[in-house]
Every structure is written in structure tokens, then in C-alpha cells.
Design a protein around this ligand. Structure first.
Ligand SMILES: *Cc1c(COP(=O)(O)O)cnc(C)c1O
Length: 407
């Protein structure tokens, strides 16, 4: 596929990034190699000097990995992608590229738990100052900016509270202060939200979630918007070394081919699950960006084209009732992660966001009773029936149920 410019994202998922390979396979073969031989000593030297294009060593570049990088960059409308060994490796590499000792980062309070730990207790050891704010509050963002602020870090919808940040408005504030906007677009995928169009400068993804979608790979991606950003990010990734291997790249690229199909189904089903939960008498509150009850529904509808797969809720019986419910699900898996074909349910305060500590959770409105469900692509009636029988469990003693092989 030569010219991708006029293709819609539904076609790009299938065609973007695929190059030309020996024997003309229709998909990129798995180049399961660590190193590539040179035609001559001069050829090797000229590859190292950048005078000629070609592969040297798989930490520095590999055709299978490059195909995936080009695919995700095309989906996001960016200049280049950099595949990383995990979402956290992508976030670390991106922030290490943009920040040095003495710089300051403004970071959203409702972010993936380990991101908060990375900013507050690891980057701080390296001399990077941070201010954690509710980025849905534009005044708070403006107030947090300092002369040495180099990065404003966003996640929208935020994990797991689904708070929405106005990406275009925050980008304006950041740029007025000479800072760049880095956004974690994992929850939306490029199908539902395109942050470069809203002003963001760098996008990070956990490929582990929607992009791969099949719970068999841990991976990450950095996407840069402009050509001139590319060199520093590539140099940092090459020297920190957290790259994605070829086989994982192959699997993620395979998963992405159905991304837009999957996202449509996730959105339809999650909305039905959110409405079901909102109507249930045992449920205290539900958060889902497409629900009328979501306080920032208007901004959500302006910058996203679907609500996503993740629904958060709390039961009237609080944490204990939530735990009983999680112990009773049969179809939904009791596991962390999200964005896969299978529905998963988990408890952020005790699991994904435990490492943040109670203070940081309180600051981000992550209550002890909050339960997060990632709605998969199973028949939505089956998912709702499972939640219904599990909710019935919270009000009666159903004993210790046996899982039906999908736990
Ligand atoms: C899972 C996740 C991450 C971390 O990704 P890994 O691949 O597990 O390292 C980062 N951000 C968000 C929003 C996530 O859901």
C-alpha cells in the first residue's frame, strides 16, 4: 500500500506500516534476529554514521518492529512511532527525553497508578520537580505552571475515575508557558480520540490494552508529532534500551487489524452495561463518559468519538459489597488490565492504584469502594446477566462460587 493519505482510520488499521519484503508476503514477516550483517566494513560504517539506511542491531531497529511503529504513527496522525517493552517503558522513555534535573512537570492526579509513582518518587530522585493537579480544572493547571515547567502530562479519560480533561484548552495553557503536552491515550486508542488534532505534542500508549487487545503481550508506544522531535526520543529509547521485541510487535500489529471493529463493540456494550448498573438498586453511582450523569459529558463528546470500554461504579454497600461482587463474577475475569476481548473486573484501591498510597488516591477521588470493569466483546446480554447474578450475591450469602473456566 503506497499512498495512505486518503484512507480512513478503519482502513489504516489494516494497511498502515506494511513494507516490502522478500518473496512479497502480505504481512510483515517476523525478523526474529538480534543483529544484521554488513556487506562490507565501509557499509557498516556508513550505516552507523547514518549516511545509508539499513538495519544494524535489533535494539536500534528491526523491520517487524518498524512495521508496527509506522502503523500506530499513521493511526495517530503523527510523524513516527517508537515501540517500547511496556506502557511504563514508553512513559519513562518519553519523560526522560523531555525532562532533566531542575525541570518541572505538571501531572494529572487521576492517572495510571505506576505513572504517579514514576513522577512523584522516581523522577523526583533525579531532580525533577512535580505538581500533581486535577487537570479537568483549567485554573488549577494555569496556577501550577512555573518558569521551569517543561511537560504537562495528561490522561483523559483518567484512570479509573474517568474524569475528562479538555485537551485543547490545557494544550493552549501549556504552550503559552513553553511546555509540551504528553498524553496517555491508552483508554481511547486512536480510534476514539486523536490528541495531536487537539494540540498534544507526544502520545504514549500501553499496547497491552486495546491496541493488542488479546491479553497476550505487554508493550508500549511513543508517538511523536513532528520530525524534529524524533532524534532525541530514538536516542533515549536506544540508550535506555526498553524496546519491544519482534514477536511481540508481530502480535500487536495483528491485533490492531481489528481495532476499529473492537472499539465499536466495546463502546456499544459498555454503554449498555453502564445504563444497567445505573438502574440497579444496589449501585450507588456509575461513571461512564457517555452517560448524562457524567459531569464532563459535553467535553467528552467534543473530543472523543465514543465512550470506551471502561465503566467505574461503586456499590451502596461500599468496599465489602464490591469485594463480594468481584468474588461472584463467572464470565468476567477478576484480573487487572483492560481493553482486551474479555471482560475484566478489578478493584483499583487494592490493585492497580495500591502503589499510589491512600493520600494520592484521595486526591484523585479514587474511593475505596470504586470497582472498575473493562467491558469485552462477548455478547452484552451475557455480560449483564453475569453482573446481575454477581450483584445478587452482594445481598445474599451465595457461598464460594466455582468459576466457569474463564476466571
Ligand atoms: C496499563 C496502563 C499503563 C501501563 O502499561 P503497561 O503496558 O502495563 O506497562 C499506562 N497507562 C494506562 C492508562 C494503562 O491502562
Amino acid at each position: 500500500m503506497e499512498d495512505l493519505k486518503n484512507l480512513s482510520v478503519d482502513s489504516l488499521v489494516v494497511h498502515a506500516g506494511i513494507g516490502k519484503y522478500e518473496n512479497h508476503p502480505v504481512i510483515p514477516p517476523i525478523y526474529q534476529v538480534s543483529t544484521f550483517s554488513f556487506e562490507s566494513a565501509n557499509h557498516g560504517a556508513s550505516l552507523f554514521a547514518g549516511r545509508e539506511k539499513g538495519y544494524i542491531y535489533s535494539r536500534m531497529g528491526n523491520p517487524t518492529v518498524e512495521a508496527l511503529e509506522k502503523n500506530v504513527a499513521a493511526l495517530e496522525g503523527g510523524y513516527a512511532g517508537l515501540a517500547c517493552g511496556s506502557g511504563m517503558a514508553a512513559i519513562h522513555t518519553a519523560l526522560a527525553t523531555l525532562l532533566k534535573s531542575g525541570d518541572h512537570i505538571v501531572c494529572a492526579d487521576a492517572v495510571y497508578g505506576p505513572t504517579c509513582t514514576l513522577v512523584e518518587s522516581i523522577l523526583s530522585q533525579m531532580g525533577v520537580e512535580s505538581t500533581i493537579v486535577d487537570t479537568s480544572d483549567l485554573e488549577a493547571v494555569e496556577k501550577a505552571m512555573r518558569p521551569n515547567t517543561k511537560v504537562v502530562y495528561l490522561e483523559s479519560p483518567g484512570n479509573p475515575t474517568l474524569v475528562i480533561t479538555d485537551i485543547a484548552a490545557v494544550s493552549k495553557i501549556a504552550h503559552a508557558h513553553g511546555a509540551e503536552v504528553v498524553i496517555d491515550n491508552t483508554f481511547m486508542s486512536p480510534i476514539l480520540q486523536q490528541p495531536f488534532k487537539l494540540g498534544a505534542d507526544v502520545i504514549v500508549h500501553s499496547l497491552t490494552k486495546f491496541l493488542n487487545g488479546h491479553a497476550d503481550v505487554v508493550g508500549g508506544m511513543i508517538v511523536v508529532k513532528r520530525e524534529e522531535q524524533c532524534y532525541e526520543f530514538r536516542k533515549m529509547l536506544n540508550h535506555l534500551g526498553g524496546v519491544l521485541p519482534p514477536f511481540e510487535s508481530f502480535l500487536v500489529h495483528r491485533g490492531i487489524k481489528t481495532l476499529s471493529l473492537r472499539m465499536k463493540r466495546h463502546c456499544e456494550s459498555a454503554m449498555k452495561v453502564a445504563q444497567y448498573l445505573e438502574s440497579h438498586s444496589a449501585v450507588e453511582w456509575v461513571r461512564y463518559p457517555w452517560l448524562d450523569s457524567h459531569p464532563q459529558q459535553e467535553i467528552a463528546k467534543k473530543q472523543m468519538s465514543g465512550g470506551g470500554a471502561v465503566v467505574s461504579f461503586s456499590l451502596k454497600g461500599g468496599l465489602e459489597a464490591g469485594k463480594r461482587m468481584m468474588n461472584c463474577v463467572r464470565l468476567c475475569g477478576l484480573a487487572v488490565s483492560l481493553g482486551g476481548v474479555e471482560s475484566l473486573i478489578q478493584h483499583p484501591a487494592g490493585m492497580t492504584h495500591a502503589s499510589m498510597g491512600p493520600e494520592a488516591r484521595k486526591r484523585a477521588n479514587i474511593t475505596d469502594g470504586l470497582v472498575r470493569i473493562s467491558v469485552g466483546v462477548e455478547d452484552v446480554d451475557d455480560i449483564i446477566a453475569d453482573l446481575d447474578q454477581a450483584l445478587a450475591c452482594t445481598t445474599s450469602d451465595c457461598g464460594s462460587p466455582a468459576k466457569v473456566g474463564v476466571g
